[in-house]
Design a protein around this ligand. Structure first.
Ligand SMILES: N[C@@H](CCC(=O)N[C@@H](CS)C(=O)NCC(=O)O)C(=O)O
Length: 222
């Protein structure tokens, strides 16, 4: 049995759900309550020793880090989402890593210092917040350029890099970043958000955010 541990607000966990949904693989989804620090319980630390979601338990084989899990599953269930040819695969890896290390980190900085810092009971880091927006300004044009040449982020084929990027950008409406200056990126995102693999996870990030923590941020008029 494949068990994925995550939480509906975790974009790294959601990118794995996108892949599993797309591949049509049955899995058990277990929600870990981060606010209740369930991720640091001795029980969960046996699954991921550093106490973070997502984590995977594949018949007793335990794995953490969303990118690693994505690659593991894509290797285990071969498909066009993760090409076999060395160079094609390397390009998929490049865009997946770009999405995680540049876009994902940028949106995390903004999300943490806008919303999640309150839930964690720590003060807002203004510098990190600003840096998150600066990174987005710097890197969204790169995505736009790439998507003006290719249908999907790595090539003309949908790949695991698209799942990583889609999840990293999922919070973009919530943090009120306007994508209209990036029409190719916006169209790519709108198209993928209509797909079954996405809708089987949630209708939108903003909907799930409102459902789980919206009442805590009513003053922000989300
Ligand atoms: N690099 C990790 C990031 C994992 C991560 O930061 N997870 C967050 C939720 S999105 C978490 O578990 N936070 C709880 C904590 O740090 O205690 C990945 O991609 O899986």
């Amino acid at each position: 049995m494949l068990t994925l541990y995550g939480t509906p607000l975790s974009s790294p966990a959601n990118k794995i759900r996108f892949l599993l949904n797309r591949l049509g693989i049955q899995y058990e989804y277990k929600t870990i309550n981060l606010a209740a620090r369930q991720q640091k319980t001795p029980e969960f630390l046996k699954i991921n020793p550093y106490g973070k979601v997502p984590a995977l338990d594949d018949n007793g084989f335990k794995l953490a880090e969303s990118g690693t899990i994505l690659r593991y599953l894509a290797n285990k269930y071969p498909s066009s989402l993760y090409p076999q040819k060395l160079e094609e695969r390397a390009i998929v890896e490049q865009w997946m890593d770009f999405a995680a290390n540049h876009i994902g980190i940028a949106t995390s900085k903004v999300m943490y210092n806008t919303f999640f810092h309150q839930l964690a009971g720590v003060s807002k880091d203004e510098r990190s917040l600003k840096e998150g927006f600066l990174w987005l300004n710097a890197y969204l044009p790169i995505l736009e350029q790439q998507l003006s040449q290719y249908t999907y982020i790595a090539s003309s084929e949908l790949s695991i890099a698209d799942f990583g990027l889609l999840a990293a950008l999922d919070v973009i409406d919530l943090i009120k970043v306007d994508l209209s200056p990036y029409p190719y990126l916006q169209a790519w995102r709108q198209k993928l958000m209509q797909e079954r693999f996405y809708q089987a996870c949630h209708s939108s990030y903003i909907a799930v955010f409102k459902k789980y923590v919206g009442p805590l941020f009513e003053d922000l008029a989300i």
